[in-house]
Design a binder for this molecule. Structure first.
Ligand SMILES: [Zn+2]
Length: 269
């Protein structure tokens, strides 16, 4: 059994066969699926699905960088309300981060939204599910900045947790990975890209101990080989697990056991 730490199966791509997709995930050995939120609109469908499978699906809450627009402050304050409920179901803040790849119109707003949500993670002692594309330097700067200021801010009465989480869908260089590994309580989320012929990830993983890796799919995106180009689904993660076992020179059960331990450490579940 292993955990898919990042899957958007509440999205419309799964409207036709969502229950079959969940059934296939169980048959493929996936013990639990974590669902990252994207924006205000995706909260309800995500929560409804989690309520139907409370022992199998766990939701996160956060504003995705590509959904940060001029109204981001309103969206964030709506989300913040949800965390005030003592029995909220969210296991992490996500997905959040920076994405300068397609559109830099709102990059200043993205940085502000990210900084705000990193502070939420500390305040509520929740892990972060971080998406970063073409913005490595700014991401590291913000995380470092919040961590250094954390000591000062502890003077106020707010409770502060341990900064921790996942760098989801990592696509950077070996040097980027080394720099991210300096954030001690973070792991890299590894998905279908690992199985692509031209992927540089196998080489990058030489500097990443297995204790710092978790499995993800990012369904419906980035299906692993041999399903590349199709709609991705959690069951396909078995191909990523097999590739990881090759790269680290260990057995498939060992990959599952170790990545489960990593998930438990970060998500405290
Ligand atoms: Zn995602």
């Amino acid at each position: 059994m292993f955990i898919d730490t990042h899957s958007h199966i509440y999205e419309p791509e799964f409207d036709e066969d969502r229950e079959e997709v969940i059934q296939r995930a169980k048959e493929a050995g996936i013990g639990h699926i974590f669902l990252p939120n994207i924006n205000a609109e995706s909260i309800d469908p995500m929560l409804r699905l989690c309520q139907q499978h409370p022992d199998y699906l766990s939701p996160m809450l956060g504003l995705h960088p590509e959904d940060v627009k001029g109204d981001y402050r309103n969206v964030l304050s709506g989300m913040q309300q949800q965390f005030l409920c003592a029995h909220h179901p969210f296991i992490a803040i996500g997905e959040v981060g920076l994405d300068y790849y397609w559109d830099r119109t709102f990059e200043a707003e993205q940085r502000e939204a990210f900084r705000t949500q990193v502070k939420w993670a500390l305040h509520h002692d929740l892990p972060l599910m971080i998406h970063c594309r073409a913005a490595h330097r700014d991401l590291v700067d913000i995380l470092r900045d919040v961590t250094t200021n954390q000591a000062d801010e502890q003077k106020d009465t707010m409770p502060h947790g341990l900064l921790r989480g996942v760098f989801h869908c990592f696509g950077g260089t070996k040097e980027d990975a080394e720099e991210l590994m300096q954030f001690e309580n973070f792991a890299l989320g590894i998905g279908g890209i690992l199985t692509y012929k031209k992927s540089t990830l196998p080489e990058v993983l030489q500097v990443v101990p297995l204790e710092r890796v978790v499995i993800e799919t990012d369904a419906p995106y980035l299906a692993p080989v041999p399903h590349r180009g199709k709609r991705n689904e959690p069951a396909f993660a078995q191909h990523t697990v097999e590739r990881l076992a090759d790269i680290y020179g260990v057995s498939v059960p060992y990959i599952m056991e170790q990545t489960n331990m990593n998930v438990k450490r970060i998500f405290m579940c």
